[in-house]
Design a protein around this ligand. Sequence first.
Ligand SMILES: Nc1ncnc2c1ncn2[C@@H]1O[C@H](COP(=O)(O)OP(=O)(O)OP(=O)(O)O)[C@@H](O)[C@H]1O
Length: 475
Amino acid sequence: MEVDCKRIWGNCLRVIKDNIPQISYQTWFEPIVPVKIDKDVLTIQVPSLFFYEYLEEQYIDLLSKTLRKELGGNAKLEYNVVMDNAHMANQQPYTLNFPTSNKADLRNRPVSVTNQEKPDIRNPFVIPGIKRLNVDPQLNGDYSFENFVEGECNRLARSASLAVAKNPGKTAFNPLFLYGNSGLGKTHLAQSIGIEVKRNMPEKTVLYVNANKFQTQFTDSVRNNSQNDFLNFYQMIDVLIIDDVQEFAGKTKTQNTFFHIFNHLHQSGKQLILTCDKAPVELHGMEDRLLSRFKWGLSADLQIPDFETRVSILNKKIYKDGLTVPEEVVYYIASNVVNNVRELEGALISLLAQATLNKKEITFETAKQIIDKLVKKTSKELSIDSISQTVCDYFGLELDILQSKTRKREIVQARQIAMFFSKGLTNSSLSTIGAKIGKKDHATVLHACKAINNLIETDKDFKGQIKEIEAQLKS
Ligand SMILES: Nc1ncnc2c1ncn2[C@@H]1O[C@H](COP(=O)(O)OP(=O)(O)OP(=O)(O)O)[C@@H](O)[C@H]1O
């Protein structure tokens, strides 16, 4: 009997293996143990209730087909759900019986439970104490379609986002890849999709996550030996929004894991929405197989809004916050803050803050003073690229040399100086700086900053050089 059940389950596995991705097979089928066969009922043992629910949700059709091929039309499957080690003390497997022949029956099956304890699902987004897996989508209610102003600059991205929101996973826009410079509305638009899906299809599991957070969770899961939980969790999402995917650059293990999640979701008809600060073709430090997948759906860019759109964005915000701002002031802001919607909003906020603090009305004159100061400040902002260029010019080096693997002292030092100034003079994160200068990690950047600070304190000539470079950067 035991041999029989192993043989039959082995036959089923051969078919299953050919029909699903290897990672899914390893995750969901390798841990299953065939227990017994009784006429046309096969009993299998699974390690958790969550595991059983997932099999039922994702693979019941495949299981039914393969089992019926082996045991005939009346084939049935029974599960023994055996708790994991944490629950071994009172190990009394509970059995859930259901037939595989009729899918509708599966949803309303009679369940007999002899052990009510549930295994933990270790995931930071799961709200504890809720029976069904319930995921906090991490959405900001302000980032709705209603609050997003349409313009020539974002028309394609917005209409594609709307189409995806109405039909997640069912349009050709999968993944939807939204890209553009900082502060142009990528996060807002990506979140709008999540908000709309949740509004119209509350049963869908939506999750917004920043690429850095994803990376941290992944690293934690490796440390805690809970990679399977991590993978399983992400493979259950219906609409997955990953913000700032450029942060994955150079992180091979994270990319590898994301690749599997991407494949699983895509193959299961789930929706992926990715945002990035550049187009897929310009993305460096990313594996080719991942890049090619980014291009599968639709890439839509967000451009700098034109004057009219900038005025509409300001007016929308003014109206929403119940403020009164003279039209000429709105026009002045819109004419002078042009590159970034976040800065546009920031200018309005600082104007209002100053007016409130000084108990003054917002006049054109006060607005002009404040905005002029702000615009001057932003025009001085430097990029990692321009800093790297200035440092290379100063030492007479080619820019490319910073990206090379050479350990020559002068190159290493030039790289460290570029990192030091990028940290001090831009808002970029350590990992972004590292990725851009020599494909290094954040720890290397931190080390570089310390090394340069030490040298400034101990070496007078070096300090002089740093002062000269700084003067060039700020001129
Ligand atoms: N078309 C728009 N209509 C209304 N508000 C907008 C629009 N575009 C951007 N914003 C607002 O500008 C701010 C910045 O937008 P968002 O955070 O989405 O930019 P981003 O492109 O994701 O930037 P980053 O790459 O720096 O994360 C947000 O407050 C957002 O609501």
